[in-house]
Design a protein around this ligand. Structure first.
Ligand code: ATP
Ligand code: F6P
Ligand code: MG
Length: 327
């Protein structure tokens, strides 16, 4: 029989995402509700390796539900990728008498957590927290809703200038090698076109879309460019378009890290609260090596390895919608 869990540690890792604080709060308060001790680890896996952690109580997480970023801070830890780093992290858990771990992060965080579980058998549950939405086993990752709302707000503003000056804007959005942010925001802003990592779009395809827009006398045009696409970055793409259509007034905006900041949306706060609670209840019910997620409104547990290895798929219907509605 698995060892009874008396003490749980929680950390945030990888890029910060709005909703991480709400998830930490839920983990802390649920742990305390079930009379468990709960520790907050600062700076992700780096903090775990160094033992940079402290016990939290219900008051430690007051007034953070509404805040962006992560009050535990985050890190991209090179040391945790090594066997020595993982060994040190395990020793810190033993030293602090911690029986289980909740990690809030993305695919990299879960890859590391799965390796850690396989080596040391410490029960670990992952909460999907990344603006990229690139995890299999959940319809939404924490931060995606807020980030896409931020992008929509920015593109709406850019469109004012695009319309006033008859300009063609290339707006580059994040997502690493996944096109979820680009796809959703392209539909939500009525973009002329979207360039996704998941597609093999050619420059001829793009030129065709721009020509079609011109033939319909569109006065403002937005092309959403996902950072991981295969045609190049937004400056390279804009340069090729300008060479092909010298008469066009082209501009580039890279939205960058502003997409990761800001207060979490209501949706992200609610999802974080559900997932944080489910992560702790999952651990206490013997779940380990899994990510908690929501699929078709149902709470699910997916093995960490599956969440990472199986690629989250873009909905082809979204692409069809964006093409038809952009005419
Ligand atoms: N193969 C691995 N073995 C051990 N640890 C890993 C491995 N891959 C990633 N990690 C750990 O997980 C951390 C976070 O991963 P990464 O930087 O890819 O972010 P993420 O969790 O995918 O989140 P996001 O994509 O939103 O930034 C890494 O910095 C590293 O410490
Ligand atoms: O903040 P950093 O380390 O520059 O990382 C940027 C990357 O992190 C993310 O914001 C989240 O994974 C990606 O969309 C982006 O590619
Ligand atoms: Mg990632």
């Amino acid at each position: 029989m698995a060892k009874a869990i008396k003490s749980i540690a929680v950390l945030t890792s990888g890029g910060d995402a709005p909703g991480m604080n709400a998830a930490i709060r839920a983990v802390v308060r649920t742990s305390i509700f079930y009379e468990k001790r709960v520790f907050g680890v600062r700076r992700g896996y780096d903090g775990l390796i160094e033992g940079d952690m402290e016990e939290l109580n219900t008051k430690s997480v007051k007034n953070i539900l509404n805040l962006g970023g992560t009050f535990l801070k985050s890190a991209r830890s090179e040391e945790f990728r090594t066997d020595e780093g993982q060994q040190k992290a395990y020793e810190q858990l033993q030293k602090h008498e911690i029986d289980a771990l909740v990690v809030i992060g993305g695919n990299g965080t879960f890859t590391g957590a799965h390796r850690f579980y396989e080596k040391f058998g410490v029960p670990v549950v992952g909460i999907p927290g990344t603006i990229d939405n690139d995890l299999f086993g959940t319809d939404y990752t924490l931060g995606f809703d807020t980030a896409t709302n931020t992008v929509v707000d920015c593109i709406d503003k850019i469109r004012d200038t695009a319309s006033s000056h008859n300009r063609l804007f290339f707006v580059e959005v994040m997502g690493r090698d996944a096109g979820f942010i680009a796809m959703n925001t392209a539909v939500a802003t009525g973009a002329l076109d979207v360039i996704l990592p998941e597609e093999n779009k050619t420059f001829d395809d793009l030129f065709g879309e721009i020509e079609r827009g011109a033939s319909r006398r569109k006065t403002s045009n937005i092309v959403v460019v996902a950072e991981g696409n295969k045609l190049g970055n937004s400056f390279e793409i804009a340069e090729k378009v300008k060479a092909h259509f010298p008469q066009l007034d082209t501009k580039v905006t890279i939205l960058g890290h502003l997409q990761r900041g800001g207060a979490p949306s209501c949706f992200d706060r609610v999802t974080a609260s559900k997932l944080g609670l489910a992560a702790v209840e999952g651990l206490l019910n013997g779940r380990a090596d899994v990510m908690v997620g929501i699929v078709d409104s149902e709470l699910t547990y997916t093995f960490l390895q599956q969440a990472v290895m199986n690629k989250a798929q873009l909905d082809p219907e979204m692409l069809r919608i964006s093409k038809i509605l952009a005419i």
